[in-house]
Ligand binder design. Structure first.
Ligand SMILES: NC(=O)c1ccc[n+]([C@@H]2O[C@H](COP(=O)([O-])OP(=O)(O)OC[C@H]3O[C@@H](n4cnc5c(N)ncnc54)[C@H](O)[C@@H]3O)[C@@H](O)[C@H]2O)c1
Length: 332
């Protein structure tokens, strides 16, 4: 596989900081464009790397976008507000960051001669679906602004798919597992953190279905799409998941793997989102196979907890919406 120059927007984030390292390991050259909302200590080892160019800034800035796209072969677009509560904080800003900016970026990428544009959508576009597993052909039913914007961007950019400009949208399940830029606002990671540090897992409801995937497997999925033949990805949408669980099953899995003596407390606050997702298409067309089990990802997390690397697991930096609120308060 010949090496490529890949722009990863949001390369400093939870997924991005693992993806960048994996791409470098394969011999690719990378460009990171990121506002670094969550700091950049976790990127310290990359700063002197000649195969990484880091551009700090906002994806709403078209001058920066053009600079970041220079001589790039492919784009993986991850930057933005990456969950429901973050998007609800300031809908106007969410609209700009999660809708206008990605559409502009795709347009500028095409003009710059980029060959492939990979968009991080989400399985949350299925909202509530309780009659079997949602496939890519299942009508979407977004239940939040975050999911609505994901749907809107996907539909606009797929129309920009052209010869020599492949547009691909991946719909990842809820991710879990360790990243140098850690998130404890994702279901299984939250449960793992609560089990280890608090000795008690809190489950809101529990019967909702949630597809899950390790961040390691997600990195592998992006690489499958980066390496695929154009005919297999151009203009395509792919679900990316490994297993469907109830939220309660995830709580048990986290408890049993991370700290079996932890208690599980159930509250009756029920999240309306509930869906099972089918990912046969990416397995059959691109040969994607998850390499890591959820249990292995949890064991990796437990090792990190044991090492003492995470000293303040409740710090806002690990929970996107908490950090955004802190930033807004400081600016206000
Ligand atoms: N993590 C998941 O479970 C999951 C599941 C499905 C889809 N996704 C999608 O994958 C993508 C990456 O998710 P993640 O978990 O790495 O999120 P993350 O919040 O850890 O990373 C997002 C990155 O985008 C950057 N960013 C935010 N606003 C920006 C702006 N205006 N300009 C430039 N950079 C900006 C942040 O600094 C951060 O580094 C997101 O688009 C998310 O919606 C994630």
């Amino acid at each position: 596989m010949s090496s490529k120059r890949i722009l990863v927007t949001g390369g400093g984030g939870y997924v991005g900081s693992r993806l960048i390292r994996s791409l470098l390991g394969r011999g690719d050259k990378t460009v990171i464009l990121d506002l670094m909302l969550f700091g950049e200590d976790h990127l310290a080892d990359l700063i002197q790397n000649p195969n990484v160019k880091i551009i700090r800034g906002d994806i709403r800035n078209d001058v920066l976008l053009k600079k970041a796209l220079k001589d790039v072969d492919m784009v993986v677009h991850l930057a933005g507000l990456s969950n429901d509560p973050q998007c609800e904080l300031d809908p106007r800003q969410s609209w700009q960051v999660n809708l206008e900016a990605p559409i502009l970026l795709a347009e500028l990428a095409r003009e710059a001669g980029v060959g492939r544009f990979i968009y991080a959508c989400s399985t949350s576009v299925y909202g509530k679906f309780d009659t079997g597993e949602a496939t890519e052909d299942t009508p979407v039913k977004p239940l939040s602004l975050y999911a609505e914007l994901k749907v809107a961007v996907e539909s606009v950019i797929l129309k920009r798919n052209r010869e020599h400009f492949d547009v691909v949208s991946l719909r990842p399940a809820t991710l879990c597992g360790y990243s140098p830029r850690m998130r404890f606002d994702l279901a299984l990671n939250t449960f793992a953190k609560q089990a280890w540090f608090d000795g008690e897992i809190t489950v809101h409801g529990g019967s909702q279905m949630r597809p899950c995937l390790t961040v390691d497997n997600m990195v592998h999925a992006y690489e499958c799409v980066l390496d695929a033949d154009s005919k297999d990805v151009a203009g395509c949408v792919y679900n990316v998941t490994q297993d469907n669980y109830t939220v309660m099953e995830l709580a048990y899995l986290a408890r049993d793997t991370v700290r079996p003596e932890a208690r599980i407390r159930v509250t009756d606050h029920v999240d309306p989102r509930s869906y099972r997702v089918n990912s046969s298409r990416i397995r059959e067309k691109l040969g994607f196979e998850p390499k890591q089990t959820l249990t292995e990802a949890l064991l990796e997390l437990r090792k990190v907890f044991e090492s003492g690397e995470i000293t303040d697991p409740d710090a806002p930096i690990y929970r996107n919406v908490a950090l955004m609120k802190e930033i807004t308060t400081e600016q206000g």
